[in-house]
Design a protein around this ligand. Structure first.
Ligand code: PLP
Length: 394
């Protein structure tokens, strides 16, 4: 007998993976250039030059044994120091190596935080549209994910609904900005309101409520818009950062957890994170990629390509009559489906070889997600298919 929950997770592929696999099959049948696959958030911009340079430098000059050794569980001290210095210079904070824990991307950071924080049955609030793996991580840690409905007007946070939802069982809130799938960036005003509510609720219920800031898209921002750095608004914050998108290294699995130096009893939280990492069997993040990111700490991939894609796609779709959230960051466009059932709309889109993800996957039915981290010519060529799709609904 095997655990039902694990069997269910393993047997049911995520809807995004399902569409992605269909896209690969379809490309073999009719040719890749005829399939407009917008399903998955795999960066298509290559890693910046510093990544290759750092790789060669490490292979040629680093001690060959050390390069591939186990590191201490939270990560190499000098790497964490380098990252802490960078964060402090950028955000005026006081992180040290002792506040940072190197992880295999934001996913394992989220799982570790869930395990480090949650007692059985405690609640974690998040806001639709949201990254559906949150449910997997929070529930695996024995918690309960509470999803609040989307603010369909601005794709910010409905702070009144939030205030009403926080209760004595609330242990944490996950925020993801820039957001997958909406591309929205939560404003300083939104974060201030959210933080004020949390401080009030902490007093009312007499316990700490944490913010988990899920930040794989922090660097993917267009048009000079500021992404508020949450620890500067709310002390009880942990940041789950990732180099998957910022350095186009999703397959290499590298990121970190940063525990705010201003958190109440941050040493306890850090110890629980170390314990959770151990309990998950993570051992340590890749030694090679820890050393690599320390060398590329202030670099990012060429995001001008995403901006170009966003502009062509957004302008093109709006001209065709689609309603989209204007995305300020990440590489997703969230578009209102042309019929109430977004799954049915995705099926209709498939007839034009357009592969989209239904908003239901993100707790936001009636919308679809387009990942525009694809070749620009795919976007240009897809517009006539989007036009034909719109015609189907006239
Ligand atoms: N959080 C969000 C919102 C994401 O979209 C993703 C990946 O697409 C992740 C976390 C996990 O990213 P990774 O584990 O590659 O850092």
């Amino acid at each position: 007998m095997l655990p039902e929950k694990m069997l269910a997770l393993g047997k049911k592929r995520s809807a995004i993976r399902e569409i992605f696999e269909y896209g690969k099959k379809r490309a073999k049948e009719i040719g890749a250039d005829k399939v407009f696959d917008f399903s998955i958030g795999n960066p298509n911009v290559p890693a910046p030059a510093c990544v290759k340079e750092a790789m060669l430098d490490l292979v040629n000059n680093e001690d060959a044994v050390l390069l591939h050794s186990y590191t201490s569980a939270p990560g190499i001290t000098e790497v964490r120091e380098k990252i802490a210095e960078y964060i402090n210079a950028r955000f005026g904070t006081k992180f040290t190596a002792d506040h940072l824990y190197m992880t295999s991307g934001a996913s394992s950071g989220l799982m570790i935080c869930a395990k480090a924080m949650l007692l059985p049955g405690e609640e974690v609030i998040t806001f639709a549209p949201y990254f559906s793996e949150y449910r997997v991580y929070m529930e695996s840690a024995g918690g309960k994910l509470v999803v609040l409905p989307a603010d369909l007007k601005h794709f910010q946070i409905d702070t009144e609904a939030f205030e009403a939802a926080v209760n004595k069982n609330t242990k944490a809130v996950i925020i993801n900005s820039p957001n997958n799938p909406s591309g929205a960036i939560y404003s300083a005003e939104t974060i201030t309101k959210l933080s004020d509510i949390l401080r009030r609720k902490e007093k009312e219920f007499g316990h700490t409520i944490y913010i988990i800031a899920d930040e794989p898209y922090r660097e993917l921002v267009y048009d000079d818009i500021e992404v508020p750095f949450i620890p500067n608004f709310y002390n009880n914050t942990v940041v789950c950062y990732s180099y998957s998108k910022s350095l186009s290294l999703p397959g290499e699995r590298i990121g970190y957890i940063a525990v705010s130096p201003d958190m109440d009893e941050w040493q306890e939280m850090y110890a629980a994170i170390c314990g959770a990492g151990r309990a998950c069997g993570y051992v340590c993040a890749s030694s090679f990629f820890q050393l690599l990111v320390a060398k590329c700490v202030d670099k990012i991939s060429d995001i001008s390509i995403y901006k170009k894609n966003r502009d062509i796609l957004y302008d093109g779709l709006v001209k065709l009559g689609y309603t989209c959230v204007h995305p300020d960051g990440a590489f997703y466009l969230f578009v209102k489906a042309l019929e109430p059932d977004s799954n049915a709309f995705c099926e209709q889109a498939k007839k034009h070889e357009i592969l989209l993800v239904a908003g239901d996957e993100f707790g936001c039915p009636g919308y679809v997600r387009i990942s525009y981290c694809v070749r620009t010519d795919q976007i240009e060529n897809s517009l006539s298919a989007f036009a034909a799709l719109a015609e189907d609904y006239k």
